[in-house]
Design a protein around this ligand. Structure first.
Ligand code: NAI
Length: 344
């Protein structure tokens, strides 16, 4: 008998509960042995407990060290600080792994298969920001300070290089803007260069460098030039959405936040308030994050069954949600996936 694995479940905001329900149905079909501790955060946390990140969420993840999370809403401009960013900081989830793989052919490119490794807790995301008032304008000047540390750069670069070697990838591209932000991203490039001759990496993987703006252009022109991309926080955020667009959009893009203290799995996309409650969201991104969670918990067979079922449902059964120009809704797509898992 398989023993259960305690894990925290955060349904999240907007489409979160819809795609989390879909993922739970699929996990049940796979007999994934998670024992869920359900918690609320984000806007749902504010409504239920007056806090976007209630203490009970932190306590739960501290004990399980493992979570599956729906998207959490963050107000733009003013309002509370992002619970996602706070969770990443709290549990030192320094690596954000965002794979992008073509599953549904017929997009702009065939056979895209690359991974963005994003530094997840430093850079311009640290939120050291303020306004300077001038005259009657309280927001006359906006200021932000980014911080990248040598240790933080080395940690994410080593993670990316080790990940590339462990997963049989051939090349890692170091993405920076050290020509302009000479200190903030210069330290990232300088640290990368200090590792090129390290015996752990030299001759084992190809490493190259590119400036972020050129990287964005080359990704759109020919993504096959890239294999693993490693970059600082904000650039990784933007480039991972770009690569999601190369493989069918945000509905297809999973993410894993990995750290020394915990791992949190989620979709790259947000709470999609424009389609929330309509039952039409594509749960594939969260399902693929679920496959990453199964891999992380040493259940590669279940992860492979899940990925194969997604491939078959989308490409053989041709059951797809509206974002992929199909006519299925969240529930009918999930039912098709469950019968694929049960019947092979
Ligand atoms: P979004 O990713 O929620 O939506 C962007 C567009 O993609 C929308 O048109 C949406 O309908 C579509 N979309 C996203 N996921 C989809 C899915 N599974 N199926 C079909 N269509 C999908 O980005 P937006 O609107 O900028 O952000 C909304 C909220 O989400 C904000 O409060 C933001 O802070 C939050 N957010 C949370 C994240 C997280 O929890 N990790 C990540 C990104 C944003």
């Amino acid at each position: 008998m398989t023993s259960t694995i305690p894990a925290t479940l955060i349904p999240g905001d907007g489409i979160g509960p819809e795609i989390v329900d879909a993922t739970l149905a699929v996990f049940a079909a796979l007999e994934a042995p998670f024992e869920w501790d359900t918690q609320v955060a984000g806007l749902a946390g504010v409504k239920a407990a007056g806090d976007p990140l209630p203490q009970s969420v932190l306590d739960s993840i501290r004990s399980t060290r493992l979570a599956l999370k729906g998207p959490l809403e963050t107000p733009s401009g003013g309002g509370y600080r992002s619970s996602n960013v706070r969770l990443r900081e709290e549990f030192k989830l320094y690596a954000n792994l965002r794979p992008a793989r073509t599953i549904v052919p017929g997009g702009r490119y065939e056979d895209v298969n690359l991974v963005v490794v994003r530094e997840n807790i430093e850079g311009l995301y640290m939120g050291y920001e303020h306004y300077i008032p001038i005259g009657s304008d309280p927001h006359a000047v906006g200021m932000s300070t980014g911080i990248n540390t040598r240790q933080g750069c080395r940690r994410i670069l080593e993670y990316a290089f080790d990940y590339a070697i462990a997963t049989g990838r051939k090349k890692v591209t170091v993405v920076h803007k050290a020509n302009i932000m000479k200190a903030l991203t210069g330290i990232f490039l300088e640290t990368a260069r200090s590792l090129y001759d390290d015996p752990r990496y030299k001759g084992k993987i190809e490493i190259n460098e590119i400036i972020v703006d050129a990287c964005a252009m080359k990704l759109v022109l020919d993504p096959s030039q890239f294999d693993v991309i490693v970059t600082t926080n904000l650039f990784g955020d933007i480039l991972s959405d770009l690569v999601a667009g190369l493989v069918g959009g945000l509905g297809m893009a999973p993410g894993a936040n990995i750290g020394t203290d915990a791992a949190i799995f989620e979709a790259v996309h947000g709470s999609a308030p424009d389609i929330a409650g309509k039952g039409i969201a594509n749960p594939t991104a969260l399902l693929l994050a679920g496959a990453m969670m199964l891999d992380h918990c040493q259940m590669p067979d279940k992860a492979t069954r899940l990925r194969n079922a997604i491939d078959a449902t989308l490409n053989i059964d041709k059951i797809r949600t509206g974002d992929l120009r199909g006519s299925a809704n969240t529930v009918s797509y999930t039912q098709a996936l469950v019968s694929r898992i049960k019947n092979g």
